[in-house]
Design a protein around this ligand. Structure first.
Ligand SMILES: C[S@@+](CC[C@H](N)C(=O)[O-])C[C@H]1O[C@@H](n2cnc3c(N)ncnc32)[C@H](O)[C@@H]1O
Ligand code: SF4
Ligand code: SF4
Length: 407
């Protein structure tokens, strides 16, 4: 949710007119993570030594503010794996940026790169006390066993839900807050999406859906460096050559319900154009055809300060912390390189990019975002015990396709 200061209004207005102000940025503060989710390969690249010091992050915050950034997402990896995350949050807030922290909601890990010894919920509280009003927390199922299977750590569902209910209740009624569930749509949860929306509303959250991106073959991530953060996990893939019509019907059913719920005012963060594009992607494997504004309306910074036009590409540019970076960013050479890169890209389904573009390219996208952001949520969120009543314990197979082939 955006804090509407005069400066931010001016920047958003200018971005709408020119699409040349980078109002949105992503900072992957670390690649380290305490989980090893089945579809994600980021944790394999965790390296504490490459990460920026807090002084370098302060410099980054000042630079982002000068460039025109209004909204910053801090992601990873798991941001809470970084001991100075709270100091970093303070630095970005001091520069007037709106902050969203993307976390898995799970303080303890699996023995590998565990999150710092301090109590995780205390650290969340500290972020809220500093002024952080937005968190995105991953949850992909209402079946605890299924979600634990995705995270590869038992007990993940319950811990993540405990964190969510804590945040939902702490942020309730605070201006500018919109905690959000990040739900990756896959073969494992297609039938659950409308209930995920209902659950999100009950705990005081909005929800954002992102179709899963997977490697087509086990070694694809090695052959294509840009795909290194994705894993090969065929059980999560929706597309099936042997049952194309059945898959398309499942996807249509799921997304027609989401699009109708969005129109009815349910707290779905994605724009309608994004939901439509996701439906097509899951049905046909086709990315949206419209142009991408990466490097212009948004950009990304890696844990070591490397600037890229988006979260996924790896083309090298001047480092974000280089003294000459701002001149570079405004140069014709940069614009030419950016256009070539975005133009040659096969596409992606990252909601942050597509929705930011949609917001600044279409009146509908702008209207939906403004309405969602400005509508206050009035119902008090349920507590952890109430949320546990949503946990599905029925004896369903974790992987639906396995059950189908076993018949
Ligand atoms: C990379 S994580 C970083 C933040 C934090 N560790 C978390 O899990 O929320 C950000 C989001 O990307 C999603 N994600 C990871 N791998 C993905 C994939 N292959 N396709 C689509 N989304 C993916 C995660 O589920 C999560 O919601
Ligand atoms: S999705 Fe998030 S929590 Fe899961 S392994 Fe990737 S970075 Fe870690
Ligand atoms: S479409 Fe390509 S350039 Fe644009 S955000 Fe996605 S990966 Fe990046």
């Amino acid at each position: 949710m955006l804090k509407f200061t005069a400066r931010n209004y001016a920047r958003i207005g200018m971005a709408a007119l020119t699409r040349e102000v980078p109002v949105y940025a992503h900072f992957g503060i670390t690649h380290r993570c305490n989980l090893t989710c089945r579809m994600c390969g980021i944790w394999r690249y965790g390296n504490r030594k490459e990460e920026l010091s807090i002084d370098e992050i302060r410099e980054m915050a000042a630079r982002m503010a000068r460039l025109g950034v209004v909204q910053l997402s801090i992601g990873g990896g798991e941001p809470f794996a970084v001991d100075h995350l709270e100091d970093a949050a303070e630095a970005f807030l001091a520069e007037g940026l709106n902050l969203r922290i993307l976390t898995n909601g799970i303080g303890e890990g699996n023995g590998r790169n565990v999150v710092s010894g301090r109590n995780y919920l205390d650290r969340i509280d500290r972020c809220i006390d500093l002024g952080v009003r937005n968190f995105s927390i991953s949850l992909d199922s209402l079946y605890p066993a299924r979600f634990d299977y995705i995270c590869e750590v038992p007990g993940s569902w319950e811990t993540a839900v405990r964190t969510m209910t804590h945040i939902g209740r702490r942020l309730h009624g605070m201006p500018g807050s919109m905690p959000t569930i990040n739900c990756v749509v896959s073969n494992l949860n297609l039938e659950e999406l409308p209930d995920m929306v209902r659950f999100a509303r009950d705990i005081g959250f909005a929800i954002s859906f992102l179709p899963v991106e997977l490697l087509g073959a086990p070694a694809d991530g090695l052959r294509n460096f840009e795909a290194r953060f994705i894993r090969y996990s065929p059980d999560m893939g929706v597309y099936r050559e042997d049952s194309v019509e059945e898959v398309r019907a499942r996807v249509d059913h799921a997304y027609s319900q989401l699009i109708a719920m969005k129109a009815d005012g349910w707290p779905i963060l994605n724009s309608t154009p994004y939901l439509e594009a996701s439906r097509d992607y899951l049905k046909y494997g086709r990315f949206p055809a419209e142009g991408c504004d990466a490097g212009r309306l948004y950009f990304s910074v890696a844990p070591n300060g490397q600037f890229t036009i988006c979260h996924r590409t790896t083309h090298q540019h001047v480092s974000f912390l280089d003294p000459g970076f701002e001149d570079y960013f405004h140069s014709a050479a940069y614009e030419q390189k950016r256009m070539m890169e975005a133009g040659a890209c096969e596409g992606c389904m990252r909601a942050c990019w597509i929705d930011t573009s949609s917001m600044f390219r279409t009146i509908r996208g702008f209207y939906e975002t403004a309405k969602m952001t400005l509508t206050p949520r009035t119902t008090a969120p349920i507590d952890f015990d109430g949320a546990m009543a949503w946990a599905r314990r029925e004896d369903v197979p974790i992987v639906p396709e396995m059950a189908a082939s076993a018949k």
